[in-house]
Design a binder for this molecule. Structure first.
Ligand SMILES: [Zn+2]
Length: 401
């Protein structure tokens, strides 16, 4: 073993029945760069692993690891860490110190939540968490500045963070087989590929997202909703869900093959919704959010069946300190940093919408078999949008909260 370690830069010691990280690597392996110890029987890593200064890739797939020593966080040269198919119930917080990490693979463990320490991984490009027990992804996953690929299939997610819509480099989100009830309503800045098959309670998409999904497929219309995602857009809804999100009861009038009416659930940011013709005044809270946001960001969304154009940028370079959070304004801080629930779909307007909207629910000519919703910032925008988008069958609805 010692001779092998001395001769090699990459160690392939998969499937060797090892129950401890071989000490021979400590003695002779300070030059080793990659270590493969897949399908062994390790339950942890030794604290001396931090002495392996040159290891950049560590593949520990298929062991019995439950925890890591704190010293592991000192391996800041690591770029690839694969701890998939182990016994982790929690993500070791020391991973948050691996500042050069580009790929973090934690698939098929027993993880329920992500620690805030991972939000420090500013070079992370691939985050793979499929096959765990995660109920909610933190909003900060949308703020990992280099994140390109996010895999969260086979978890228990009810929603995706709204902040993902503002991630600059995201190219892939895979969230199949979860419990998603909706996708973020706003268009995604980076127009990623989004896989969301087998989320059986997901029964609608927003107007901006529909066209982003269609443009990914290089289609302007679909007849079979399974083209967008298989096993979604069913008309049933799990009524055992206890949460405070707004739920809307939609009269289908036999438009689907079944005659069932449909209940949809709106993202939790939305606190009040109105029918397109409802003449009410918008809350001061909502108006203030829109004003504060548009003073700091240019965020626009232009949707047409052939093209979705999104622009998002801070208006000033030194805006960093202006959203600071304290217990006083945490709600304000989190709404502003997580981004608007939607941009008003009236292309002449493009105001951000945070908590209150006029909503148009219908069946679009571009996706005849599924419910599409569009949010407007005011009654006049809703009227204007409803008039110009004469391609939609509008559906009647009422709130059931
Ligand atoms: Zn508007």
């Amino acid at each position: 073993m010692a001779n092998e370690v001395k001769r090699k830069i990459i160690l392939h010691w998969n499937c060797r029945g090892l129950s401890e990280f071989p000490e021979v690597i400590r003695l002779h392996g300070s030059h080793i760069q990659e270590i493969y110890l897949k399908w062994n029987k390790l339950t942890t890593l030794p604290s001396w692993i931090m002495e392996l200064f040159n290891v950049t890739n560590l593949y520990m797939y298929g062991n019995l690891i439950k925890q890591l020593p704190t010293e592991f966080g000192e391996m800041s040269q690591l770029t690839v860490l694969d701890l998939s198919a182990n016994k982790l119930e929690q993500v070791p917080v020391c991973i948050g110190n691996l500042s050069n990490l580009k790929s973090l693979l934690l698939n098929d463990n027993l993880i329920e939540r992500l620690p805030a320490e991972l939000s420090q991984l500013s070079n992370l490009e691939i985050l793979s968490l499929s096959g765990n027990q995660i109920v909610a992804l933190p909003e900060w996953t949308g703020s990992l500045p280099r994140l390109k690929e996010l895999y969260v299939d086979n978890n228990k997610l009810k929603e995706l963070p709204n902040r993902l819509t503002m991630a600059a480099e995201l190219a892939m989100i895979s969230a199949c087989s979860n419990r998603l009830r909706y996708l973020p309503l706003n268009g995604f800045l980076s127009a990623p590929c989004i896989r969301f098959d087998a989320n059986e309670y997901l029964n609608y998409v927003s107007y901006p997202l529909l066209f982003q999904l269609l443009s990914r497929l290089q289609m302007t219309a679909i007849h079979d909703r399974a083209a967008l995602a298989f096993g979604c857009f069913k008309t049933h809804y799990n009524t055992n869900v206890l949460n405070t999100n707004i739920k809307l009861y939609i009269e289908m009038k036999g438009l689907y093959e079944t005659n069932d009416d449909v209940i949809i659930e709106l993202p939790r940011q939305l606190l009040r919704v109105h029918e397109a013709h409802e003449n009410v005044t918008c809350s001061l809270w909502e108006l203030a959010l829109r004003k504060v946001y548009t003073e700091r960001y240019k965020h626009t969304l232009d949707v047409s069946p052939t093209n979705v154009t999104i622009l998002y940028k801070p208006l000033s370079k030194n805006i960093k300190p202006d959203f600071t959070w304290s217990s006083m304004n945490y709600a304000l801080y989190s709404l502003l940093t997580n981004g608007p629930a939607s941009i008003c779909v009236n292309s002449q307007c493009q105001q951000p919408i945070f908590t209150e909207a006029w909503i148009i629910i219908g069946i679009s000519r571009h996706a005849e078999s599924m419910i599409t919703i569009a949010l407007c910032c005011s009654k006049s925008c809703a009227t204007a949008f409803a008039t110009c988008s004469n391609t939609t069958i509008k559906l009647h609805w009422h709130s059931i909260n």
